[in-house]
Design a protein around this ligand. Structure first.
Ligand code: NAD
Length: 371
C-alpha cells in the first residue's frame, strides 16, 4: 500500500462489518460469516487482491444475479472416490467449503479422492481450501479456472485468451504449519491490479501488455476508464495481463483451463465465435491424498520436515533476510497484521462504507459496527 496514505483497520471490525453487510444482503448467518472471515483472512495473509476490496463487487454481483446467495452444491455424479458437483453460482466461500468437505469425507474413507466443482461463484484465495484439507491431515492439489474471465494474453500474444487461473498445492506437516503453494498463473492476480488502480502497491514492470503489444505496469490497459459510481471491472481496457514465467507459466495457465474448465464440465475462459462473454464462474478440480495411507511408519512426515529444514538453511542471496518455503510469507503477514491491523488504501475503506450505506446502514449503525 502507498505508505503515507494507508489506514489500518482492526480485523475484528472488518469481519463484523462485512458479516453484517452480507447478512443484510440476504446471506444466512453462516454464509455471511464465511464470506467476512475468508475475505478478511485473505487481507490478513497479505493477499489484499482477494480480500475485502471485493466486497462492493460481490454485492453488485448479487444484485445482477451473477452470484447467488445461500446455495447448496448439487451432486452431478458420485462414486466412492470422486464427485462432480454443481456450485449453482453460489458464493465460493460456501460451495467451495461444501465441495472440499465432500472430498475430505471421501479421502478419509478411500485414501484418494477427486472432486470436480463446476459453476461456482468466486472461490477467493485458493490457499483456504488447501489449508482446510491440511488441517484434516490431507495433502491436496487444486487447479482452478475462471470461465468468462478473459484477462491474460497467452505467451507471445497481445490479446486476451485466458483467466488468471490459480494453482495450489498443500502438504500437511506433522507437528507444524502446512506448506501451501498458492498463486495465480498470471504475473499478478487481477485483484493486485485493482489494488494498484486504487492507489495501492505498484505492479511489477511487465505485469501487463497494452494494445500496441508493449509491456507495462500501468493497470489502465486492463480497466480502461471507470464509469462514475461504478466499481472497476477488468474488461474495459484494450490490454491484458501477462502470464507469469514466460512460455512455462503460459502453458501451466493453459492446462488449468483443460483441468478445471474442460474436465470439470465448467467450461473454459472463452471460445471462438462467441459474441457474448461466457457467464463468470470458477471451476476447480481438486485431488486429495491421505499421507497416512501411503506411509504408516511416519517416514514421510520426517522427510517432509527434514526437507523444509534443508531448504530453510540455504544461505540467503544478497539483500534477502531468509529463504522462505511456500506458505511462510502468508503466516508472517498473518502474525504482523493480526497485531497491527489491515493496511488499506482509504479508497477501499470508503468504497466498503459506501456499499454499506447503499444497503441501508445508517451512520449510527456504521459507527457501532466500526467501533
Ligand atoms: P503471489 O504472487 O503472492 O504468490 C504466492 C505464493 O508464493 C504463496 O505460495 C507464497 O507462500 C509464495 N511466496 C511468496 N513470497 C515468497 C518468498 N519470498 N519465498 C518463497 N515463497 C514465496 O500470489 P498471487 O499470484 O498474487 O495470488 C494471490 C491469490 O489470488 C492466491 O491466493 C490465489 O489463489 C488467488 N487467486 C484466485 C483466483 C480465483 O479465481 N478465485 C484467481 C487468481 C488468483
Amino acid at each position: 500500500m502507498a505508505g503515507s496514505k494507508e489506514i489500518r483497520v482492526a480485523p475484528e471490525v472488518m469481519i463484523r462489518l462485512v458479516r453484517a453487510m452480507f447478512a443484510r444482503a440476504g446471506c444466512s448467518e453462516k454464509e455471511a460469516s464465511d464470506i467476512a472471515e475468508r475475505l478478511t483472512g485473505a487481507n490478513l495473509r497479505g493477499h489484499d487482491s482477494h480480500g475485502v476490496i471485493r466486497v462492493p463487487r460481490y454485492l453488485q454481483w448479487i444484485e445482477a444475479g451473477r452470484q447467488k446467495i445461500n446455495q447448496t452444491i448439487e451432486i452431478v455424479m458420485e462414486n466412492e472416490v470422486m464427485a462432480i458437483v454443481d456450485g449453482k453460482y453460489g458464493f465460493g466461500q460456501s460451495v467451495g467449503e461444501q465441495t472440499v468437505d465432500l472430498g475430505l469425507k471421501k479421502v478419509k474413507a478411500q485414501g484418494l479422492a477427486l472432486t470436480a466443482l463446476r459453476d461456482a461463484g468466486h472461490l477467493g484465495r485458493i490457499g483456504d481450501w488447501a489449508e482446510r484439507a491440511a488441517a484434516a491431515g490431507i495433502a491436496s492439489i487444486h487447479m482452478v479456472n475462471v470461465r468468462g474471465s478473459l484477462l491474460v494474453a497467452p505467451f507471445g500474444g497481445r490479446e486476451r485468451r485466458m483467466g488468471t487461473s490459480p494453482f495450489c498445492i498443500g502438504i500437511p506437516v506433522r507437528g507444524g504449519d502446512p506448506v501451501v503453494l498458492d498463486f495465480a498463473t498470471s504475473t499478478v492476480a487481477e485483484g493486485k491490479a485493482l489494488v494498484a488502480l486504487k492507489g495501492g502497491k505498484a505492479l511489477p514492470e511487465g505485469s501487463l501488455i497494452d494494445a500496441e503489444g508493449k509491456l507495462t505496469n500501468d493497470p489502465w490497459p486492463l480497466y480502461g476508464d471507470v464509469p462514475e459510481g461504478k466499481a472497476p471491472e477488468p474488461y474495459g481496457g484494450p490490454g491484458a495481463l501477462t502470464p507469469f514465467g514466460g512460455h512455462k507459466g503460459s502453458g501451466l495457465n493453459f492446462m488449468m483451463e483443460m483441468m478445471a474448465g474442460a474436465l470439470t464440465g465448467s467450461g473454459c475462459a472463452g471460445g471462438p465465435d462467441e459474441p457474448e462473454r461466457r457467464p463468470f464462474c470458477n471451476g476447480m478440480l481438486s485431488i486429495f491424498i491421505d499421507p497416512d495411507r501411503m506411509d504408516s511408519g511416519g517416514v514421510m512426515a520426517d522427510e517432509i520436515r527434514s526437507y523444509i529444514t534443508f531448504v530453510k538453511n540455504t544461505r540467503p542471496a544478497e539483500g534477502v533476510a531468509e529463504v522462505l518455503v511456500p506458505g511462510e510469507k502468508e503466516r508472517m503477514t498473518l502474525a504482523e497484521r493480526s497485531a497491527g491491523g489491515l493496511p488499506l488504501a482509504p479508497e477501499v475503506w470508503d468504497d466498503i462504507l459506501a456499499s454499506a450505506r447503499k444497503l441501508g446502514f445508517s451512520e449510527n449503525e456504521l459507527e457501532t459496527l466500526g467501533s
